[in-house]
Design a protein around this ligand. Sequence first.
Ligand SMILES: C[S@@+](CC[C@H](N)C(=O)[O-])C[C@H]1O[C@@H](n2cnc3c(N)ncnc32)[C@H](O)[C@@H]1O
Length: 204
Amino acid sequence: MSLRKTIVGQFKNPHGWLGSIAGWIMANRRSNRQRNLWTVDLLQLKPDDRIIEIGCGPGLALEACLAQAAAGEVVGLDHSRTMLDQARVRNAGASSDGRLQLRLESLDELPPGLGPFDKLYSANVVQFLPDRAAAFRKIHALLKPNGIAATTYMPRSKNPSRAEALAMADEIEGHMKVAGFVGIRIEELPLRPVPAVCIIGEHA
Ligand SMILES: C[S@@+](CC[C@H](N)C(=O)[O-])C[C@H]1O[C@@H](n2cnc3c(N)ncnc32)[C@H](O)[C@@H]1O
């Protein structure tokens, strides 16, 4: 297997030194920074929002949330210790003053009692979730009434296409409707080689 494929294979659950490299790539790739900041902008954060990111990776978007919700609380959840270590270093101030909580957990095995949140989001994670219908039921349960969930996805297959991105968006819209979200809309961010999509909905 090529080194590139080996590193890309780490994105689902980065670990060890190859996982650290994968985290460095996520934190420094221009298009990834754009996708993450765009997702946070779409959430239209309020200063005192309580926010959770699923699969926070190296903590790029957490940094943006902490800046925009300056009196809020932010939780970063990831099942990779390697990623949480990078997120902690990137957000050291907020981590030590208690505004940022980093949790080593999988969305698949969430402990009871987490939440409720005003805003919930993920970027580049949904493709790794083994049961997306169940995941969106959990996501709905984590939100306050009128809370907002945003899911950003950009296909990373060998020959990615806009159709692939929109097919995932349609699938997620369906799971969100069943889970109880309303006002669902799909946004696109023009990136190369294909746009990123973000599916946003409100907790009814
Ligand atoms: C491609 S990375 C994206 C990281 C970050 N969101 C970003 O865009 O820079 C995917 C992240 O999701 C995490 N992840 C994947 N499945 C997960 C799950 N079921 N529960 C929690 N974290 C998960 C991985 O450990 C990894 O950090």
